[in-house]
Design a protein. Structure first.
Length: 373
């Protein structure tokens, strides 16, 4: 069986890794000269996103045969809402990973774990490859192919402004800011590569590059952040849902296949999972839709959470941060294994004080597949 994978990002590399394990050596095409995003940053994988999984690294190793070394364990979160600041600590919020093209980045680690040939500096065309190969895996990290195939629906658009900064940092901590004055429908966060090198990121919904610079300046000024900036980046990101995830012999994985948790924009674990599931579907000759159905449902549920987040006001954020750190909530959120995201829609709506008691149900339903309407 001949398989072409377009994109040596997390989903494409995870797919190649699983194919190799099943005896197939794909051809991987990557338009950049190395694996990984062009800008370095520190990303987290958050335990709460994958409950009842207790430890995502063990889960990825056991269920998906993927192994990677994190920068550090994630043990502390400092949350800044406009008028409320709270700190929570736990033995295991998750892990921090270096992202980008560095020698320890998650992408570099995955690339080093495969034997298949990666052809760099090659912008591949999916329709050409589909004629030549038995399967083509689209792992391009963007909506272009799915939109051309007519199977993509936008869910939200954000602008991301980030920087590598110098200062003093706790490598086990994530500091988060929620404030509509500069991060409408999203948030800002600080993580650390090392005790003296940090990664500062601001995300804002639907804005222009010019306005994003203004939001960045407001953010730094308002939060009195005076770090020395050594590297900066700006990018726009369009997230969406995809249905179906397979058209003929073309399978779409990772962000290109809509496998991204819309709630907080976490896509690392879901991208790798979708890549592995695509490999299994191809080798076993099963429809990818069937193999990835559970993951797909998780993604759709997170879209609903994001929709609520998009309407939050500053007073809602104050209430949310205060509520999330009530002793009972703290215990449920951080010391149990309960799948709190299943209830999160209700909690967010309660916090937003726009609750319609008549219509409430305990478990939020998985939203309808928008592509089926
Ligand atoms: C600033 C930032 C912070 C983030 N933080 C987190 C976080 O903390 N936790 C988390 O879980 N997720 C995070 N994410 C999201 C996560 O990084 C993505 O969901 C994930 O990388 C998507 O993986 P992917 O394989 O789908 O795409 P990508 O990793 O984007 O890889 C796609 C690859 O395809 C290549 N490519 C594209 N088109 C072609 C073509 N035609 N031919 C050849 N190659 C092509 C690209 O060059 C790229 O290398 C963050 C994202 C950003 C931008």
């Amino acid at each position: 069986m001949r398989v072409a994978i377009i994109g040596a990002g997390l989903s494409g590399l995870a797919c190649a890794h699983e194919l190799e394990r099943l005896g197939i050596f794909p051809d991987v095409f990557e338009e950049r000269s190395r694996p990984g995003e062009l800008f370095p940053h520190v990303g987290g994988i958050l335990q709460i996103m994958n409950r009842p999984v207790r430890n995502q690294l063990e889960f990825l190793k056991k269920e998906y045969h993927l192994q990677a070394k994190p920068l550090s364990a994630w043990k502390k979160i400092t949350m800044h809402a406009p008028s409320v600041t709270r700190v929570v600590k736990s033995r295991n919020f998750g892990y921090f990973f270096e992202r980008g093209q560095g020698s320890s980045s998650l992408e570099t680690q995955l690339a080093n774990s495969i034997k298949s040939r990666i052809t760099f500096n090659c912008r591949a065309n999916y329709s050409e490859l589909a004629k030549e190969y038995d399967y083509v895996v689209v792992a391009t990290g963007n909506r272009a192919v799915a939109a051309t195939l007519g199977i993509w629906k936008d869910t939200f658009t954000t602008m991301v402004r980030g920087a590598v900064v110098l200062g003093k940092f706790n490598t086990e901590e994530l500091i988060m800011w929620v404030n509509t004055d500069y991060a409408l429908g999203a948030y800002a966060y600080l993580t650390a590569f090392s005790p003296d090198r940090g990664s500062l990121v601001l995300i804002h919904a639907n804005t222009s590059p010019e306005d994003m610079e203004r939001h960045w300046t407001t953010f730094l000024k308002k939060e009195r952040l005076e770090y020395q900036v050594v590297e900066s980046f700006l990018l726009s990101h369009i997230a969406g849902t995809v249905y179906p995830h397979q058209v003929g012999n073309i399978l779409l994985v990772g962000a290109a296949g809509g496998f991204m948790e819309s709630f907080l924009g976490f896509g690392a674990v879901s991208s790798m999972r979708s890549g592995v599931l695509a490999a299994r579907a191809m080798v076993k000759g099963q429809p990818f839709a069937k193999v990835s159905d559970k993951l797909d449902q998780e993604m759709r549920r997170s879209v609903r959470l994001r929709e609520i987040l998009n309407t939050m006001k500053n007073e809602d954020y104050d209430r949310l941060v205060a509520t999330a750190t009530f002793p009972i909530m703290k215990h449920i959120n951080y010391n149990t294994n309960l799948p709190v995201l299943n209830f999160a829609g209700n909690i967010l709506e309660l916090v937003r004080a726009s609750v319609d008691w008549e219509k409430k149900s305990i478990l939020p339903p998985v939203p309808e597949n928008p592509h089926k309407k």
